[in-house]
Design a protein around this ligand. Structure first.
Ligand code: SPD
Length: 431
């Protein structure tokens, strides 16, 4: 977080603790690098103009879903708006952690939520939980795919087109993997179950709910083969490592990829991104109001403000991620004559041949080989334990090497000192 926003947040916290005026504060908890921070003071101004009430936003960030979830699930922290991914929204819905959104409280004149909801996104959110419509509790913010970001000077398109690239010995030591267990598990399992997918004995959707011990063990074995070549398990530094040419293959999200591709081009590094042929996950992060929120009104207005097309465009431009906003204004802002026309009618009705960056908005054919992750409930702990084992073993194998080297050195020192002592004794007895 920038120093200015940190100071503003600290000031707002101080105001609450001094005056107790919690309804003048809005606590937002979002992913890092996921907003144009200049929209926050604009929201405060807009809120004052529209409601006549003052508001100070306390803006905090997280790097992985699980950190955010634990603060709410276990810590009962009073964030007013948070931005979890689809499968976490599902978990929060299932455990009664979300408040319904009161769209009706926003006057028609400024209701951007209802106006700009893409029918595609609405459908996806309905699929999150067949029993409770997630659209009543969340509004999608950004979305994208999980795929391979690669250095085109070192990695061919063919090599990057399969998930096997993450264990390709040619790139060992220069591979970056997202430190996001579900986002790695999904694609790896899809890769490992290619035969079954092709035979039709399992579907992508079934794999996204597969938390069986057998599948977790298969993914664990695969990741153990991968890990020796891993340069870093990263939450946010991967894109930077790729632009500097330190990494050449990165299992990453499409938004980080867009940011990295543009940044790398300015320093003469050529990166590209694709979704491997075997298939992958498509994900959606959405705004929700947790049960422990203290300012539901300002939270609802904040979500509405984020749905304003001009604000959505600014957030896209700043972060590289794609807004879930379905307004035509958003599509028009992304038209790029240099790209090949693609079919985007699934997202923007009627847009069956538009020129946009395909990393931002994937073609329908790419979406068709992707599936949405789902909550595993209590089985999530099995995955987190596996993840800790895979990553932790890295540390323990290094620890083992260091201990072994230290033991050999100590042994050599003992042997040398005994030999010297024996030589001294022999010399003394000869005298
Ligand atoms: N730096 C912000 C990254 C947010 C990406 N969210 C992707 C979630 C996939 N489950």
């Amino acid at each position: 977080m920038k120093i200015k926003s940190f100071l503003l947040a600290a000031l707002a916290v101080l105001t609450v603790s001094c005056t107790g005026d919690r309804d003048k504060v809005l606590k937002v908890y979002n992913w890092s690098d996921y907003i144009d921070e200049s929209v926050i003071p604009e929201f405060e101004q807009w809120y004052l103009e529209k409601t006549g009430e003052e508001i100070s936003v306390v803006y905090q960030t997280f790097d992985v879903n699980e950190t955010m979830l634990s603060k709410i699930e276990k810590g009962h922290e009073d964030y007013d708006v948070v931005c979890p991914s689809d499968y976490i929204i599902e978990r929060m819905l299932n455990s009664g952690l979300l408040l319904p959104l009161d769209f009706a409280s926003i006057p028609d004149s400024v209701n951007y939520i209802a106006l700009n909801r893409s029918p595609y996104i609405q459908g996806v959110f309905r699929d999150i939980n067949p029993e409770i419509d997630a659209n009543a509790y969340s509004v999608a913010y950004m979305w994208g795919t999980t795929g391979i970001l690669y250095n085109t000077a070192e990695v061919s398109t063919e090599e990057a087109s399969t998930w096997d690239v993450i264990r390709n010995p040619k790139f060992s030591g220069r591979i970056l993997i997202k430190d996001a267990p579900r986002d790695v598990y999904g694609p790896v399992l899809i890769y490992l179950r290619q035969k079954e997918l092709q035979e039709g004995s399992v579907t992508l959707q079934e794999l996204m709910r597969d938390s069986s011990d057998g599948s977790i063990a298969d993914v664990e074995n695969y990741l153990r083969e991968v890990k020796d070549g891993v340069l870093g398990w990263e939450a946010d530094f991967g894109k930077d490592q790729m632009t500097k040419g330190r990494g050449v293959v990165s299992l990453n999200w499409s938004g980080d990829a867009v940011w990295a591709i543009e940044e790398a081009a300015t320093v003469g590094v050529s990166l590209d991104y694709l979704v491997p042929e075997e298939g992958s996950t498509v994900w959606f992060d959405g705004w929700v109001i947790p049960k422990y929120a203290k300012n539901q009104k300002a939270a609802t207005w904040f979500i509405d403000f984020m749905c304003r097309p001009d604000i959505a465009i600014r957030n896209m431009e700043e972060t590289g991620y794609v807004s879930a906003n379905g307004a035509m204004e958003v599509l028009e802002s992304q038209l790029d004559e240099e790209c090949e026309p693609i079919d985007l009618s699934y997202f923007f009705p009627g847009a069956d041949s538009v020129c946009v960056n395909p990393v931002l908005y994937p073609d329908k054919a790419v979406i068709d080989r992707c599936a949405l992750e789902h909550d595993w409930g209590a089985d999530t702990d099995k995955l987190l334990a596996m993840w800790a084992r895979v990553k932790g073993d890295n540390a323990s194998s290094w620890t083992f090497v260091i201990i072994a080297v230290a033991l050999v050195a100590a042994l050599a020192a003992v042997v040398a000192s005994r030999r010297n002592a024996a030589q001294r004794r022999r010399r003394r007895s000869r005298r």
